[in-house]
Design a protein around this ligand. Sequence first.
Ligand SMILES: [Zn+2]
Length: 294
Amino acid sequence: MKPSSSTSEAAGGAGVAGQPCILCCAITGSLPTKANNPAVPITVSEQVESSHAAVEAGATIIHAHVRNDDETPSSDPEKFALLKEGLEKHCPGVIVQFSTGGRSGAGKARGGMLPLGPDMASLSVGSNNFPTRVYENPPDLVEWLAGEMRTYDIMPEVEAFDLSHILKAIEMHAQGKIPRGLYVQFVMGVRNAMPADKAVFDFYVETMRTRAPGAPWCAAGIGAAQIVVNEWAIAAGGHTRAGLEDNVRLDRDTLAPSNAALIRRAADLCAKYERPVATVAEARAILGLRPVAA
Ligand SMILES: [Zn+2]
């Protein structure tokens, strides 16, 4: 039987009702600037403040890049350390996920913050095109990043920009190269990569269900596709990501006032499908992360 995908079916309770949904907030990214949307948090203190509001709106994972003061991307481990400290202090129990994506540095600099031991880190396992360049993830770098995550006991979130990335993640998991558990995020709507296509999305879900039964997965859409992919993921029993990294607008004419506003929109969709928004404790249990300290 195919996983449910139609709204009426899922809303009617086709097996997803009651299942907690993990909301991840991608707070900053490496591209959007205050010129695109003044709500994009740039400094570490802005990032902590924006995360705190997003957590109050339902986010349990904070996916973060860091920036220099001039808004350019940074891979400075010291900034990551300050951010981790601020998040742990002001958002107790929240799952800290650092980006090892290629826009924030090159080669091994992309994993320079992993010794800080965040709960999670993003991991790309293959290459594809981005809007203006190649997103290069050569096999030796992928192996090195995964090895660092094993060394520091960090759970990867595999960013799948393509079907081959999902299959690669499943293969790496079977080979024992993915520490903790397999968690794949489908990313759709990046220009020149996989568009937000429902038939492809359904095939991704089916691929996870048949080849990695029981493994949790999530999905993110870029730009106007954010809300669309949020709804597909929630309806199909997955987890989902929102935030200003991926999308700075509520609609064509309206800038999102905050990361929290985008998380709230996803939380409203959870309510539509009768899925509770996961608490920090639930999100940690679903992902197999250590429980929150009592
Ligand atoms: Zn990111």
